[in-house]
Design a protein around this ligand. Structure first.
Ligand SMILES: Nc1ncnc2c1ncn2[C@@H]1O[C@H](COP(=O)(O)OP(=O)(O)OP(=O)(O)O)[C@@H](O)[C@H]1O
Length: 270
C-alpha cells in the first residue's frame, strides 16, 4: 500500500527508524519508520493486536528488546539519558491508579515525581479538577470514582507537568459525549500552542476530527500515513471508518455478526 510522505518545517520531536520487535518468536512490529513534528496530532490507528500499544511502550522506554532506533527531541532513548521523560505525558490504555489515595494525594504525588514543588502541584491539580467540575471530590478516594472520573484524573496526571510531547492510549475510554468534546478541544488547543500529540484510539469519528495526520498500522507495518483528506482521496471512502475497513480488507462484519448470534442462539453456526 502507498505510504504518504508528510513535509513539515517544524521541529522533529520524535523519530522511529526501522523499529522492529518480536514477542515469543512472533514479529509484532516490522520496520516502523516515522517522523513526528512539533504541533502534529497523530491519530495512530489499527486493528486489535496490530502493535499500537507496543509502539507507545517502546517509545516510552517501557519495553526493551527491540531493534532499530527511537529518538525523542533528537536523542536516542537507548543512550541512557532520561531527562526527556520530564517533557513527556502519557495516558496508558489500562492505567493502574493508586485507588486508596484521594485525587489530591495521587495528583500531588505524580506532580512531585515530575519535579513539581508539592504546594504548586496541589494547587495546579485542584485548578485542573475544578476545570472538569470535579473539585468537590478532590479529597475523596479514587476507589469511589466512576470510570469516567478516573479517566479524567489520569488525563490531569499526564498533563500536570506541562509536557511537550503527549502520548494517549484510548484516552476517551469511559468518557461521556460532553467530556469527549472537552478533551477534543483540549487536544486541539494544546497542539495549536506547540505541543505534539500521539493519539491511539478506536473511536474513528474522533480520530478523523482531531488528527492532522493519521497513521494506520496493520500487522506491525505502517499501511497508510497522511491527513484524513489525503487518505480519503486515495481510498475514495467518505469516512475514516470506511477507509479503515477498506485498508484492513474487512467487509465481513455482517457475516461475523450472524455467525456469532447463530452460535449464541442455536449452539452452532448455520
Ligand atoms: N509482553 C508481551 N508478551 C507477548 N506478546 C505481547 C506482549 N505485548 C504485546 N504482545 C502481543 O503483541 C501484539 C500487539 O499487541 P498491542 O497491545 O501492541 O496491540 P494493539 O494494536 O495496541 O491492540 P489493541 O487495539 O487491541 O489495543 C499482540 O499479538 C499481543 O498479544
Amino acid at each position: 500500500m502507498e505510504v504518504l510522505i508528510i513535509n513539515c518545517n517544524e521541529e522533529r520531536v520524535l523519530s522511529l527508524k526501522n523499529v522492529t520487535i518480536h514477542f515469543d518468536g512472533k514479529q509484532v512490529l516490522d520496520g516502523i519508520n516515522l517522523d513526528v513534528y512539533q504541533g502534529q496530532i497523530i491519530g495512530y490507528i489499527g486493528p486489535n493486536g496490530a502493535g499500537k500499544s507496543t509502539t507507545l511502550k517502546i517509545i516510552l522506554g517501557l519495553v526493551d528488546g527491540y531493534d532499530g532506533e527511537v529518538e525523542i527531541f533528537g536523542r536516542n532513548i537507548a543512550a541512557g539519558n532520561h531527562t526527556y521523560k520530564r517533557k513527556i505525558g502519557y495516558v496508558a490504555e489500562n492505567a493502574e491508579i493508586y485507588d486508596n489515595l484521594t485525587a489530591c494525594e495521587y495528583l500531588t504525588f505524580i506532580g512531585e515525581l515530575y519535579g513539581i514543588d508539592r504546594v504548586l502541584a496541589e494547587d495546579k491539580a485542584l485548578k485542573l479538577m475544578r476545570a472538569f467540575e470535579m473539585d468537590d471530590v478532590f479529597h475523596t478516594r479514587i476507589s469511589s470514582f466512576s470510570k469516567g472520573m478516573r479517566q479524567k484524573v489520569l488525563i490531569i496526571s499526564s498533563l500536570l507537568h506541562d509536557p511537550d510531547l503527549i502520548f494517549l492510549d484510548e484516552p476517551l475510554s469511559g468518557l461521556d459525549a460532553n467530556s469527549v468534546m472537552i478533551i477534543k478541544d483540549i487536544l486541539e488547543q494544546l497542539a495549536s500552542r506547540g505541543k505534539t500529540i500521539f493519539y491511539s484510539s478506536h473511536i474513528m469519528d474522533v480520530v478523523e476530527k482531531i488528527s492532522n495526520r493519521i497513521v494506520l498500522l496493520i500487522d506491525g507495518k505502517i499501511a497508510a500515513d497522511g491527513t484524513f483528506e489525503e487518505l480519503r482521496e486515495q481510498s475514495k471512502q467518505g469516512s475514516l471508518e470506511g477507509i479503515f475497513n477498506q485498508l484492513t480488507g474487512f467487509d465481513e462484519h455482517q457475516h461475523t455478526a450472524e455467525k456469532f448470534v447463530d452460535i449464541v442462539m442455536d449452539g452452532e453456526e448455520k
